[in-house]
Design a binder for this molecule. Structure first.
Ligand code: NDP
Ligand code: 13P
Ligand code: ZN
Length: 350
């Protein structure tokens, strides 16, 4: 008997474009939600766009989060008890979006994602990534009911956050390679649809890297649509597998070993250059990944990440220990080999 079940949770409305922030009320109206919204934001996005959002709703409440933590999720849940919202609207970067995503899941209400920076694919995905101490927890939570991404806002956001979003997408290329390897060697469940979508999204960004420039709305549009595709791939897979392989393990280790030095997307981009080399050797596409990152002004070396060579090597050699996820680093890479791959790809200097 066939017993497989697939449950794919996706946003119902995805609105991307010029000044679409002013269509947020209409996009939410189509979701037939009841009750008042609780807008979850952080100081800068609140200042930039809070009033425009509030003006579109009856009796909105606002909670401003200062940092991403489990304590912030609990505080938000307390605020929500007093406010009794019908749904949450997350306005800002990954910090308010992750907090709102996780709180909405606990409160059993829906949430709408309104990114003001295109910094990583968490803006659409069904995962919250919450730092605690020197560890970052990746927690499953329902994805947003709708995404409203205003390209005018996104094009004016700090360029380095956009380049981090681009690098997070480019890293899907090696994430999918790790996933396929895990299917071949460990028979892990693999989705052809999710793998193909994720890989194609990364390829498109590599091919169009030279067209993505600061301050251009068209560029913001390309990047945010790629982030949406990446989030959809994760929803189809029911896990972060299509967008998170060994390069993400290395980045998660860097978060522990060298916290706060570089952005998530920048770390996974640099790590992806090295894991591609490990997958395919010197004739693989590691140089194309490096060149695309460089074209986008994203870091391609440990020094550009602001990370010491020793910290990078420590992250590489310990990445396999932190998660039960089969990748090219399964069993670990020793220090000598780690130095070799980092040197051969130019990530650290000779
Ligand atoms: N769910 C997932 O898959 C993932 C989640 N993450 C999580 O995401 C968080 C980091 O994401 P990130 O987006 O960088 O986080 P933030 O929300 O901290 O945003 C980055 C910075 O940009 C500012 N900002 C936001 N919008 C604008 C704008 N339009 N113009 C100018 N500045 C703006 C913020 O201001 P202010 O300081 O006022 O908030 C903040 O200083 C971390 O908590 C990390 O753990 C990371 C990777 C993946
Ligand atoms: O960052 C992610 C995908 O780009 C999420 O991956 P993790 O499941 O490794 O946190
Ligand atoms: Zn990522």
């Amino acid at each position: 008997m066939f017993e497989k079940t697939t449950w794919i949770k996706l946003p119902r409305n995805v609105l991307v474009g010029h000044d679409v922030l002013d269509d947020l009320g209409e996009a939410v109206g189509e979701l037939y939600l009841t009750g008042r919204p609780l807008i979850v934001t952080s100081p800068t996005p609140n200042e930039i766009a809070g009033d425009r959002v509030r003006a579109q709703f009856d009796d909105p409440a606002t909670a401003v989060v200062e940092n991403a933590s489990f304590a912030a999720v609990e505080d938000l849940k307390e605020t929500a008890e007093a406010v009794d919202p019908g749904y949450l609207i997350a306005l800002g970067g990954g910090k308010p979006i992750d907090i709102a995503k996780m709180a909405a899941d606990h409160l059993d209400v829906g949430f709408v994602s309104v990114p003001t920076v295109a910094s990583h694919d968490g803006i659409v995905s069904g995962r919250s990534s919450i730092p605690e101490g020197d560890t970052r927890h990746s927690v499953a939570a329902d994805p947003p009911l709708a995404v409203v991404a205003d390209t005018t806002l996104l094009a004016n956001a700090p360029w380095r956050l956009t380049t981090a979003g681009c690098a997070d997408i480019i890293s899907n290329y090696t994430a999918v390679k790790d996933w396929r390897l895990a299917r071949r060697l460990r028979n892990v469940e693999y989705s052809e649809y999710a793998g193909a979508l994720s890989e194609m999204t990364a390829e498109l960004l590599v091919e169009n890297a030279d067209m993505i420039r600061p301050g251009l709305e068209e560029s913001a549009w390309v990047v945010v649509k790629a982030l949406v595709s990446s989030g959809v791939a994760m929803s189809i897979a029911g896990s972060s597998r299509p967008a998170s392989g060994a390069e993400h393990l290395i980045s998660h280790q860097l978060d522990r070993i060298a916290p706060g030095k570089a952005l998530h997307g920048h770390q996974v981009g640099v790590a992806s250059i090295m894991t591609e080399f490990l997958h395919s050797g010197e004739n693989g596409r590691w140089a194309a990944i490096r060149d695309a990152l460089a074209e986008l002004d994203a870091p391609t070396t440990a020094a550009e990440l602001g990370v010491d060579d020793a910290e990078l090597i420590a992250a590489l050699t310990s990445a396999h220990e932190i998660r039960d996820r089969y990748t090219i680093l399964q069993g670990g890479i020793n220090e000598e080999a780690a130095v070799e791959v980092a040197t051969a790809t130019g990530v650290i200097e000779n």
